[in-house]
Design a protein around this ligand. Structure first.
Ligand code: MG
Length: 420
């Protein structure tokens, strides 16, 4: 039974404001995603892809792993269509998993984009995955050397990524698990800064996978750190836990490293056509993808619903505030020549008209001449008690009091709203 030991490290690097790489490690599945897109799009794409892969890889077969990558593509596409800020986001994804083939363990490796899986064996280093990038296509066509591709200014232009289209081709391989073999999954932030011979030499010096992952990240930062850097180191152990680097180099020179399994094989075979430079339908550059991609038609989205709910909420709060302001005060005013206590504001507030609630049994002739003008305007009092006190005071000053103060036995009336 195959067991894996692993170590990982990720770092924002020295120039980028955020880390849009994402990694996942578990006993049977390890993955690296390198997201791209502004407004947090890259982080969202990488995290949606990793979460979807982890959730949907439910059966230990290569086909199930390929299917999980396709579902991860669906998840990124769906998420982007829900939010205009995330339009154009995408991500690479490479993964390694333990699968079963005819009752025997194999390592399944899948890839979309230009994150890489390397095999480190003995003195050597071999790139298992093929990059889905413009420069890799030109290299396969013999138009660029590997050295030229490594420093090409357009090396960040991808020919395949998750989140770009509803369909995605996934490359896959099945590999014999050999005790002592070491795999490195990484984003381009590693291999653009640290050349492969140095990755191999560093690996030979560090037996612990976590130590190696951290050291490779450190070297990438030392080399410039121009991109996010993510490294997952995976060691193949036997079921006793043996097999750390240096303990066994393995003897299997006829290892199986091949694209397999129906759909994946078809994808690999047709890759040359898909990667054709003259048909760049899925070409995407990390810094230019918004311009390179046609806008998606949008109808109803959750964002629109959220906006409508926000507007309704603000309007509701406004209505409550107006209601409070319009009703939670009192004033003493005239209704013709009769003095009444009103609830509300003189003249009303928007749709809220004041309401005459108590007849004071005073008339214009009863109130001191000096107060007629302020009652004409409406003498505002913050509470009903304050209004009662004001009226009591009027009685005290009244030249011809006609009855007792209303505060003792108020006459409460509900009348139609008035407009004064
Ligand atoms: Mg990158």
């Amino acid at each position: 039974m195959t067991r894996l030991a692993w170590g990982s490290a990720t770092d924002v690097g020295r120039l980028r404001p955020a880390n849009q790489d994402m990694l996942f490690t578990s006993d049977a599945l390890l993955a690296v995603a390198d997201g791209m897109g502004g407004h947090q799009g890259g982080e969202v794409a990488a995290s949606v892809a990793i979460e979807s892969l982890r959730r949907d890889f439910v059966e230990p077969t290569t086909d199930a792993l390929v299917r999980a990558v396709q579902l991860a593509n669906d998840a990124v596409v769906d998420r982007a269509s829900d939010d205009p800020d995330l339009l154009g986001m995408g991500t690479t994804l490479c993964a390694l998993a333990i699968v079963a083939v005819d009752g025997a363990d194999r390592l399944a490796i899948v890839n979309v984009g230009d994150s890489r899986v390397y095999l480190l064996k003995g003195e050597g280093i071999e790139q298992v995955t093929d990059d889905h990038s413009l420069v890799a296509t030109l290299e396969r066509q013999g138009r660029l050397t590997r050295a030229e591709a490594a420093v090409h200014p357009q090396r960040n232009i991808l020919t395949r990524a998750l989140g770009i289209d509803a369909r995605v081709m996934v490359d896959s391989w099945e590999v014999l698990p050999v005790v002592g073999d070491r795999y490195v999954l990484c984003s381009d932030g590693l291999f653009n800064e640290v050349d492969e011979s140095r990755i191999a030499a560093t690996s030979r010096k560090l037996a612990d996978p976590t130590d190696l992952a951290r050291e490779l990240v450190r070297l990438a930062n030392e080399g410039g750190g121009r991109d996010n850097i993510t490294v997952v180191v995976v060691d193949v152990l036997d079921d006793d836990g043996h097999g750390l680097a240096g303990e066994s180099a393995g003897t299997d020179v006829d290892r199986v490293v091949a694209a397999v399994s129906g759909e994946a094989r078809a994808a690999a075979i047709s890759r040359a056509a898909a990667d054709s430079v003259s048909a760049p339908a899925t070409v995407s550059a990390r810094s230019e993808r918004r311009a390179a991609r046609p806008p998606r038609p949008r109808n109803f989205t959750w964002r629109v619903l959220f906006f409508v709910l926000a507007v309704v909420t603000v309007m509701g709060i406004g209505a409550i505030a107006v209601n409070y302001y319009g009703r939670h005060t009192y004033y003493v005013g005239f209704d013709a020549d009769a003095v009444w206590i009103y609830q509300g504001r003189p003249g009303g507030v928007l749709w809220i008209q004041p309401e005459a609630i108590e007849d004071t049994h005073l008339t214009r002739a009863d109130v001191p001449a000096a107060t007629v003008a302020e009652i004409d305007k409406g003498k505002i009092e913050p509470t009903l008690d304050d209004a009662h006190r004001y009226v009591t005071n009027l009685y005290g000053q009244s030249p011809t009091p006609t009855t007792s103060a209303p505060a003792a036995s108020p006459t409460t009336a509900t009348v139609a709203p008035v407009g004064n």
